[in-house]
Write a protein that binds this ligand. Sequence first.
Ligand code: AMP
Length: 579
Amino acid sequence: MATNGYESGLKMIEELTTNAEQIQDEVLREILSRNAGTECLRGFLSQTDKQLFKKNVPIVTYEDLRPYIDKIVNGETSDILLAEPITGFFLSSGTSGGQPKLMPVTAQVAKKWELFRCLSESPVIKHFHDINQASKRMELMFARPEIETPSGLKAASVSTSKYNGSKFRTLLPKLYTSPIETIFCPNPNHGLYCQLLFGLIQRDEVVKVGSLFASTVLRGIKFLENHWQELCYDIKTGRLSDWITDSGFRNSASLIMKPNPEQADLIENICNCKSWERIIRKLWPEARYICCICTGIIRQYTTELEFYCRGLPLVSAVYACSEAICGINLEPLCKRSDVSYTFLPNMAYFEFLPVKNEPDGSIEMKSNDEDTELVDLVNVKAGQCYELVVTTCAGLYRYKVGDVLMVSGFYNNAPQFQFVERKNVILSVDQEKTSETDLFKAVTEAKALLDPLGFILTEYTSYVDTSSAPGHYVLFWELKEKEDKHCKELDPKIMVECCFRMEESLHYTYKIYRKRNIIAALEIRVVKQGSFEALMEYCVSKGTSLSQYKKPSCIKSEEALKILDSRVIGKYFSPKSPL
Ligand code: AMP
């Protein structure tokens, strides 16, 4: 979007938010009139009436949708689910029963994403006026491999689909510092090295630094901390390091690189300083802001990131998912804790399942959805938490996304939401989402290896260790000898194999992230017998009723962590990557 184009974007946002109710009704009417005859909806709807829709169409999860998606994936025509032809699938970072979720994509979906990207940039451009002929964005971008389904339709993540789009590819050389080859590089370290190198070479033109998520920006800085000398050497000599063998990279590099000892010295001086506080500002002196999502699970990285970014605002611009496009942040300069996303009523039909905010800050989901009335977009109440339910032009009808949001206010007639939490996710280092069921399945696979050794797993729990980057999953295991003789030794080789088996049994997104070193190796910490008893005693001492005590699947409190950590008798990692 050109700098002056943002005004038409802002105007459209005004119109959309002012007429939110009417637009929502139109969106629903259009979806129903097109799709009421599909196999999926036929049994529930004879007409396209909103009240009948609300009364008859059940609230569903991916599990309910899976039979339809599976059939389409295997070659059946997509009109069983939706009238518009499917052009492919989005591959969500979430899983269902351990399998990646596939969301249908259509021409209309692609158009909506294009519009959304323009609209979401409008408030940002208004504040920063960052796009002009000479300015560039240094965005760290990584495509995930596409999957070809038996039907021949491809499945790719939302961001990979964007990087594959012709519009993006045309704009890339003009607007971004990274060449396309570095985004599609199968080796993420090679890609990251080159994206940083190209970003540093063009450092005086860079007005925006970012990535989709804050975790990736942080990973980029950490990588830079380990590689700046080599990067400076490449800039000084005008030659790309030999270990980068990809011919596409080398070609792109040869077009832009020439020996530049002055620039290399400048960067070297900056990186050589004692503290890396404000390093982004120093390395990219024209940068006006850092753009990356900082809310939700990614919050865990933002304190550290702020240290490196100091002096530049962190802008969390969008809230969207593979299932539906939702909202944009109209106040890019607001405090991190105040980030709210204003929902755009033309993107999907939104409904909200009320959830109770407990006094201790936790969220209680209503157990019986059928008994709970869903609230329309314009009728949500400020301060109340809801689970998001979407109906889209891509075959999702009253679909629970799994995100819990809190209404923070209204812009015109459209509500603004803060992201509260992801439902049912217990472990997440980056964008992967591992549920209790995912973990249970992986533990079950791994613990089978202990059987021949005469050990059984009596207790386990988990947590995400982000004390070093990249973060990793930690499993605490309490083991017992089958015959209580206390004479057997644990075989470290088998324990390492258990780590590998667990990683192998986790879901696709975990394995991709692991392979790309976005997640470090999973660790099993074996604790002494009685450790989980001590954990329970601690929880009871803190007020948990003994009869209601449930061992946590994931440790959240520092104290609880200390109890287990102080009883560790062995730590194991697998050196192999699971893919
Ligand atoms: P995916 O389907 O893989 O694109 O992941 C979408 C999920 O990422 C959403 O359902 C949210 O749980 C999370 N997400 C996306 N945008 C945000 C945001 N701005 N803040 C917090 N979480 C987000």
